[in-house]
Write a protein that binds this ligand. Structure first.
Ligand SMILES: NC(=O)c1ccc[n+]([C@@H]2O[C@H](COP(=O)([O-])OP(=O)(O)OC[C@H]3O[C@@H](n4cnc5c(N)ncnc54)[C@H](OP(=O)(O)O)[C@@H]3O)[C@@H](O)[C@H]2O)c1
Length: 247
């Protein structure tokens, strides 16, 4: 029997990058997965095909995490496709770097809407419907403790998610629900490559104790552990899955 047989999971931003790896891993471990994407329907369909190849079951829903009505529709879709809910993975985020001197009010509002408000209301909705013993895992970033130029709003939005995690762990713990954050280091995705020049990626790999960039599957393994039965005594934590970029 696989670790997540019979479990129902909702993953935001599952069409590419780390979210895609999480969908494949959870589905491969036996969970039925509903995942959201924003624009990239072809990538979402590709993930559905890959899940089918694994012998798993998944459903894709277009839902912009920055739009409250879309989040409502995502949870309604999860209710239609899944028999209850055991696992929420808050993964989708906007990561466009903006220097403080250049940032507009619109940049600020949009990033906070997608990266902080969306995950907060996803945690609230999941908290209402998760079965006892459920799991909430949100993806943050090492930037909350290793800030670099351009990430002020991004890091602040993720710091909010880390705080939601800590408080939700206390609020939901009486039902055996664990709530944790996973903070990846430099992980080889389109987001990372779009926001960093190649020399910055080489530097990050060289400075990482394990001497390489993370792969999405490296992060998905950590998420799968926290989503699974062996992590029930871990809650309210921020697990830094960085290969030792920060030690
Ligand atoms: N890569 C890294 O080095 C790194 C490091 C630390 C933390 N993280 C965090 O890891 C998570 C995943 O990042 P990634 O590198 O995998 O990003 P990515 O390669 O850009 O993939 C982002 C995924 O999220 C979806 N998405 C983006 N904005 C969305 C929105 N407004 N509503 C719904 N879905 C949305 C995308 O959907 P479409 O395909 O439709 O665009 C895609 O599936 C993020 O929370 C990020 O902050 C990444």
């Amino acid at each position: 029997m696989a670790a997540l047989d019979g479990k129902a999971a909702l993953v935001t931003g599952g069409s590419r990058g780390i979210g895609r790896a999480i969908v494949l891993r959870l589905a491969g471990d036996g969970a039925t997965v509903v995942f959201s994407f924003k624009d990239n329907e072809d990538a979402a369909k590709q993930v559905l095909a890959e899940v089918e190849e694994l012998g798993g079951e998944a459903f894709a829903v277009r839902a912009d995490q920055g739009e409250p009505a879309d989040l409502e529709e995502l949870f309604a879709a999860a209710e239609r496709h899944l028999d209850g809910l055991d696992i929420l993975i808050n993964n989708a985020a906007s990561g466009v770097p903006t220097a403080i001197l250049d940032a507009t009010e619109e940049d600020y509002d949009r990033m906070m809407a997608v990266n902080a408000k969306g995950p907060f209301f996803a945690i609230q909705r999941a908290g209402r419907v998760l079965r006892d013993g459920g799991r909430i895992i949100s993806i943050s970033t090492l930037n909350t403790v290793m800030p670099t130029p351009g990430v002020a709003i991004y890091a602040a939005s993720k710091a909010a998610v880390e705080q939601f995690t800590a408080v939700a762990a206390r609020e939901f713990g009486g039902r055996g629900i664990t709530v944790n954050t996973v903070s990846p280091g430099a992980t080889d995705t389109e987001l990372l490559r779009a926001t960093n020049p190649p020399e910055a990626l080489e530097q990050a790999a060289a400075f990482t104790a394990l001497r390489r960039l993370g792969q999405p599957a490296d992060v998905a393994s950590v998420v799968a552990f926290l989503a699974g039965p062996d992590s029930g005594w871990i809650t309210g934590q921020n697990l830094r899955a960085t290969g030792g970029l920060l030690v």
